[in-house]
Design a protein around this ligand. Structure first.
Ligand SMILES: NC(=O)C1=CN([C@@H]2O[C@H](COP(=O)(O)OP(=O)(O)OC[C@H]3O[C@@H](n4cnc5c(N)ncnc54)[C@H](OP(=O)(O)O)[C@@H]3O)[C@@H](O)[C@H]2O)C=CC1
Ligand SMILES: O=C(O)[C@H](O)CS(=O)(=O)O
Length: 485
């Protein structure tokens, strides 16, 4: 069982209007540890009716929250940030238990998410308006910014804490109120955030967490209720499209952080050792279960053999195990189905001519474990060229020219993250400008931070999270025209 310094962080009820509540129906769901199948907790599983009440509570809390000074909202967000940092060990233990990632990665995620609270507590003070030169001398034109309003959010299991923090931070900073629906496989981290939100003094109704296995039912209420002015989603493109369409009926403001198919390009002028290090962390972080993981590793033919040899050797050194064990670098995948999906992608690639370059594959450590795998001789006829692997498998593709690398990289409906290694300044500018992606890592495999605009183009979604751009998703622009001057 989970050993916490502060057991109060482990909650089995949802949090609505400042109250910890069970499901009206009495329904529950089990939260299991992917490393060993152990049931961590049996918690309340809510539905549409409770979601409607959470939305109404958020709407009732909105006038007071939006009318607080931005300094007061910033202070409360800063207090929440401080409490999260103070409890990072317990929050990481909960996260690793329910999601599987190594404790070191869980601590990084908790801090990464909290950093958005710190960032937007400050950014909100810079939500500047405008005074515009009037078209005639009897008029004065002013632009002000105001909070969008009640915001509903649905987030995935792979970053069960940071994906909520990355959304609630700008929302509350801007004066919006918020309802979070975490993935039903990893709800405990969200509930722990609510415990600390309460302690930080976030008023009742401003931040709500609704947990339920009937995500379709909860999502239907969130996307159809006219009191919800903004809907923000992180998850698969397939689900994002459905939710976007559902939001259209009431013209909600939306932001969508969806799937990816990241190219990781190694040119012949790259520092190969640096490229190997970058590819390892970019591919195998969170056992490859991130939307910005390297999905296709494209290597120029002149350095292909050298890179393949060094990369495969490094992958074979990765320590796989329970995320709580010291030194574990790759934990279990989220569930047995995810392992089956990865196995199918590998089998398809092997059937079309790919070769395994190390002794990766399914593991006898448990039904959610998959040993990090490198596939050589991959090509664009294979499913994993077009599909998001979302697991610890790295296919290597060989290319000849810079133009071919850019063409292959852009041959996808996704456009979230991309990466390349080169030390030629002309090539760096040409390739960075030629890649059709929202984000480009250059000689770098980890690019996510609160100061940068995280987001994609094409079918990877819309909107940006973090940076100075992230606040605008939660603000409305209002134009005031004064006549008779
Ligand atoms: N762009 C980004 O920043 C990120 C993108 N992703 C993408 O998400 C995928 C993996 O995450 P995964 O959780 O499997 O993604 P899903 O899209 O399946 O689920 C994401 C969230 O949506 C909920 N959900 C699923 N179906 C519906 C529905 N019909 N109506 C309302 N809510 C629904 C899930 O709830 P429940 O699980 O309880 O059913 C979960 O909370 C990958 O494609 C990955 O690329 C993931 C993280 C970040
Ligand atoms: O959910 C994800 O994949 C995250 O967005 C990846 S990151 O922000 O932690 O890089």
């Amino acid at each position: 069982m989970l050993q916490l310094k502060n057991p109060d962080l482990l909650r089995k009820q949802s949090y609505i209007n400042g109250q910890w509540v069970d499901a009206d129906s009495g329904n529950t769901l089990d939260v299991t540890n992917p490393a060993n199948g152990e049931t961590l907790a049996t918690i309340a599983s809510l539905g549409a009716e409770e979601t409607r009440r959470a939305i109404e509570a958020a709407n009732a809390a909105w006038p007071d929250w939006r009318n607080r000074t931005v300094k007061e909202r910033a202070r409360i967000l800063r207090d929440w940030y401080n409490l999260i940092i103070e409890h990072v060990d317990d929050l990481a233990a909960i996260l690793t238990a329910e999601q599987g990632k190594p404790l070191s990665e869980a601590k990084t995620e908790i801090t990464y998410g909290a950093n958005y609270l710190e960032w937007f507590a400050e950014e909100a003070k810079r939500a500047y308006g405008d005074v515009i030169a009037p078209p005639s001398d009897d008029k004065r034109i002013v632009v002000i910014k105001q909070s969008v309003g009640v915001t509903a959010s649905i987030t995935p299991w792979n970053f069960p804490s940071a994906m909520i923090a990355r959304k609630v931070a700008p929302a509350l900073a801007a004066g919006c109120t918020f309802i979070a629906k975490p993935a039903s496989e990893t709800p405990l981290s969200a509930l722990a955030l609510a415990v600390l939100a309460e302690q930080a003094g976030i008023p009742k109704g401003v931040f709500n967490v609704v947990v339920g296995k009937s995500s379709r039912e909860i999502g239907a209420e969130m996307t159809s209720n006219p009191l919800v002015r903004k809907f923000t989603f992180t998850g698969s493109t397939a689900v994002g499209k459905k939710l976007e369409a559902q939001c259209a009926k009431t013209m909600k403001k939306t932001s969508m952080e969806l799937g990816g198919n990241a190219p990781f390009i190694v040119f012949d002028d790259a520092d190969i050792d640096e490229a190997v290090k970058g590819a390892i962390i970019c591919k195998y972080r969170n056992a490859g279960q991130t939307c910005v993981c390297a999905n296709r590793i494209l290597v120029q033919e002149g350095v292909y053999d050298a890179f393949a040899k060094k990369f495969s050797a490094a992958v074979s050194q990765l320590k796989v195990g329970n995320g709580t064990e010291e030194g574990t670098e790759v934990g279990p995948m989220i569930n047995p189905g995810a392992v089956e999906d990865v196995k199918a992608l590998v089998e398809d690639a092997l059937s079309k001519g790919a070769k395994t370059l190390n002794d990766g594959g399914p593991s006898d450590m448990g039904e959610c474990f998959y040993i990090p795998t490198v596939l050589g001789d991959a090509d664009d006829t294979m499913r994993l060229f077009k599909e998001e692997i979302f697991g610890p498998v790295a296919p290597l593709f060989k290319f000849k020219t810079e133009e071919e690398a850019i063409r292959l990289a852009n041959d996808t409906e996704f456009g979230l993250a991309s990466y390349f290694y080169s030390r030629d300044i002309g090539r760096i500018w040409r390739v960075a400008e030629g890649l059709e992606y929202g984000m480009v890592g250059i000689n770098e495999g980890i690019i996510s931070n609160e100061m940068a605009p995280f987001g994609g183009i094409k079918e990877s979604g819309s909107g940006r999270e973090g940076s100075k751009y992230g606040l605008s998703d939660y603000l409305e622009i209002k134009y005031l025209c004064m006549g008779g001057i």
